[in-house]
Write a protein that binds this ligand. Structure first.
Ligand code: ACM
Length: 515
């Protein structure tokens, strides 16, 4: 009853019981997984799990293990030994999370839990993910979260074998990424005077400044922490729209000379977007240079969604740029802009990622771009047929800022839809009607935690759980059945979430309960 549901698991007789003398045998590429096992089990169990060549818990990397891919693992638990094997160290990291979930749920506690027998049931598991991209976007622009919370969030992802943390670092309402030479990005762009405390257009605000930015050292430390848990941190810098915090800091990057803007205090889509003059492209390359210095991820997200083009139509500089680039009109500058920035990332050995929402911008981009269709699966199909890789992010199944139920007891969420647990679990990353040549371009899927309405870690975790359990289940093993596999597992999983102190939405809360 673990989440995500293993691809192949059988019970075998007996159990393995840990005691203070239990030792771990791990050599070479298996050592990081042994360290993670110790780090994760020690707080609750106090078990030393010494390193010993005769240890009964054996972690081994064998590159010749066929069929496990880079993240699969095999786990055998018998009365005398635990054997965890994988073709890579990363596969072992996934297996460590399975061992954690097979223990009594108290093993996940961050505090010592005395008097519990720490045992694993006899099992034989061979477990290989169907999709290699199993991600979660966390929006730290709308509401900033300190790195100590991001570390906890990474741990929660890793527990569910989710492997990408997509950090949405900039938006109209805040800039969180430090960039040498541009101190105003965080000093000015990282602060907004107040926040809307209702939906877009509500006109309701608090009176509190909201501020926050990371240091490069903090972000590097986060990357190291995530890497040790098999999670890649993918940064996102929004352009050419969703850029108003940057324009507040450096108005000359905009389209209207002499205009002063404040960091936006509304929710929604601001009409103020980056200009398309050389200085802006140089600025974006400098920002991304700083991003590449901090984040070693293969993929780098450059936004590209919801870019109103009205300012370009009015701007003599933008019109001249469109003419000089041979574009049909200023609207095509959207794809042109992303293309120029994509070239920079490709030359630096990275893979550019952008949103696809039918604006036409993604369609103008080369096949080296990876796209995230969020509005309509058809945008993903068009991209895949054009040779782009796709990470599916359909809003009606992966946007966790929508309420989980339509009752008045739910916290304020994005309007227009309910995304319940079943909708998330029903989202097969590969739509059933896609032809094989398009399906082959689907890297996987990810959840989106936009935080207009989520100010605190407790708010985030209420939105995230148990829905992330459903997303993880589907992305790892699309064959997992809602009724016979997932539901019983997620019921049992609530004890693990409780041990971790995750304030999740109770599974049995009626749709109309009051909070
Ligand atoms: C998005 O929801 N604008 C990607």
């Amino acid at each position: 009853m673990i989440i995500p549901h293993p691809t192949h698991a059988v019970r075998i007789p007996g159990r393995f019981t840990f005691d203070p003398a239990t030792a771990v045998r791990a050599e070479g590429a298996a050592r990081p997984a042994a360290r993670l096992l110790r780090t994760l089990l020690r707080p609750a169990t106090g078990l030393p799990l010494r390193d010993s060549p005769s240890g009964s818990v054996v972690l081994a990397v064998d590159p010749l293990l066929g069929g496990l891919g880079t993240e699969g693992y095999g786990l055998t638990v018998g009365p005398d030994a635990v054997l965890l094997r994988a073709a890579t160290g990363e596969g072992l990291l996934r297996g460590v999370q399975t061992i954690r979930q097979l223990l009594p749920p108290e093993a996940l506690s961050e505090r010592p839990v005395p008097g519990v027998a720490w045992w694993l049931p006899g099992v034989q598991i061979t477990d290989v993910p169907r999709h290699r991209w199993r991600g979660v976007l966390l929006d730290v622009a709308r509401h900033f979260q300190p790195v100590r919370y991001l570390r906890r969030f990474v741990d929660l992802l890793a527990l569910h074998k989710l492997n990408v943390l997509h950090l949405h670092l900039t938006d109209d309402q805040g800039w969180r990424m430090p960039v040498p030479g541009y101190p105003r990005l965080t000093e000015v762009g990282g602060v907004r005077s107040r926040s809307m405390r209702g939906r877009a257009g509500s006109g309701r605000y608090d009176d509190e400044p909201h501020a926050g930015a990371y240091t490069a050292a903090e972000l590097r430390e986060l990357v190291a922490y995530a890497t040790a848990r098999g999670v890649e941190v993918m940064p996102e810098i929004e352009m050419p729209g969703h850029a108003r915090a940057a324009l507040a800091a450096y108005p000359e990057l905009g389209n209207v000379p002499g205009r002063a803007l404040e960091v936006w205090t509304e929710w929604g889509v601001s009409d103020a977007v980056f200009g398309v003059h050389d200085e802006v492209l140089d600025f974006c390359r400098s920002v991304l240079g700083a991003v590449l210095d901090v984040f070693p991820s293969r993929y780098v997200h450059i936004g590209g969604d919801e870019c109103p083009v009205a300012e370009w139509a009015e701007s003599p500089r933008a019109r001249a740029r469109a003419a000089e680039a041979g574009l049909a009109g200023t609207a095509a500058l959207h794809g042109w802009f992303l293309g120029r920035i994509g070239e920079f990332l490709l030359a630096a050995g990275r893979r550019p990622v952008c949103w696809a929402d039918g604006s036409g911008a993604a369609g103008a981009l080369p096949p080296e771009f990876t796209v995230m269709p969020w509005r309509d699966a058809g945008h993903g199909l068009a991209a895949a047929l054009a040779g782009q890789d796709v990470v599916m992010a359909p809003h009606r199944a992966t946007y966790l800022d929508y309420p989980q139920a339509d009752g008045p007891g739910e916290p304020l969420g994005q309007a227009g839809a309910v995304v319940d647990l079943r909708a998330v679990h029903a989202n097969d990353p590969v739509p059933a009607d896609w032809p094989p040549e398009a399906a082959a371009h689907v890297l996987g899927t990810q959840a989106q935690l936009w935080t207009e309405f989520a100010q605190t870690p407790a708010d985030i975790e209420y939105l995230a759980f148990p829905r992330l359990c459903a997303l993880a289940d589907r992305a790892w093993n699309p064959a997992a059945d809602w009724a016979t596999d997932f539901l019983p597992a997620v019921r049992g999983h609530q004890a693990r979430l409780a041990a971790l102190g995750v304030r999740h939405r109770p599974l049995d809360r009626p749709r109309t309960a009051t909070a």
